[in-house]
Design a protein around this ligand. Structure first.
Ligand code: HEM
Ligand code: HEM
Length: 188
């Protein structure tokens, strides 16, 4: 990665924080994802899913906002240097942490795209930020909608696994290693 400063050996200087934009993106996405998962828990199970329904409309609006924010975040990530990753961890853990970070980018773009396709196949038009109607990716088809909806749900379960791994890693740094990694991502 051209803009990735995570190279070198020896102890890393962990005082260098993530830049303000990266930290804002991080916590904005955390808030949106938590809201989105809460909305998903109370989504009506009755088919077809319709944007007339308030909870579904919120799920589509928040999800499409996550897509927009993640694309902007990825653009920022690829064009700006990030602080170096901690080097005093076993190689396997470093790989796991890095893999989890990139998997977040992948899943948080794929998941909204699948949701968008499912919504179209259910005959619904998602609105970006709840306002701007998104173009249709698929024609209405109940069977296709249920299949893509099922994949969407499974990918959301994968997201939960990533969150569990990532938060365990963050707590390990905060409570066991006490090495300042958390501080780099906190506001202020
Ligand atoms: C990070 C973003 C997202 C997360 C974490 C997420 C999560 C979920 C989960 C867990 C479900 C399953 C609910 C259940 O059946 O119990 C679901 C269903 C659904 N989501 Fe999302 N979603 C996201 C984005 C989107 C977006 C952007 C759209 C549309 C624009 C969308 C449309 C749908 C639809 C239509 C269903 C119903 C699928 C079906 O039952 O066949 N989602 N979502
Ligand atoms: C929905 C939940 C979350 C998502 C999707 C998420 C996503 C991410 C991503 C993608 C990165 C990599 C940043 C980059 O290099 O571009 C990251 C880093 C980080 N996250 Fe999260 N995060 C979540 C929750 C949390 C929570 C709850 C904490 C704290 C308890 C946390 C603490 C951190 C820290 C400290 C880093 C920097 C790690 C390092 O310096 O190597 N994250 N997060």
């Amino acid at each position: 990665m051209a803009a990735d400063a995570r190279v070198g050996s020896g102890p890393t200087d962990l005082r260098q924080p993530y830049d303000t934009v990266s930290r804002t993106f991080h916590w904005l996405v955390v808030a949106l994802v938590l809201l989105q998962l809460a909305l998903a828990l109370v989504l009506p199970s009755v088919l077809p899913k319709s944007a007339e329904d308030t909870i579904t409309a919120w799920h589509l609006a928040t999800g499409s906002t996550i897509l927009l924010v993640m694309l902007l975040r990825l653009g920022w990530r690829l064009t700006h240097p990030m602080p170096p990753a901690p080097t005093d961890l076993p190689a396997a853990l470093r790989l796991l942490a890095r893999g989890t970070h990139w998997a977040f980018y992948f899943v948080l773009i794929l998941l909204p795209l699948l949701g968008w396709m499912a919504a179209n196949a259910y005959g619904t038009t998602p609105r970006l930020l709840g306002l701007i109607p998104l173009p249709s990716l698929l024609a209405p088809d109940q069977a296709v909608a249920e299949t893509i909806g099922g994949v969407h749900k499974n990918v959301a379960m994968l997201l939960l696994v990533l969150i569990a791994l990532h938060v365990s890693g963050a707590l390990y740094h905060a409570l066991v290693k006490r090495d300042g990694v958390i501080r780099r991502m906190l506001p202020g």
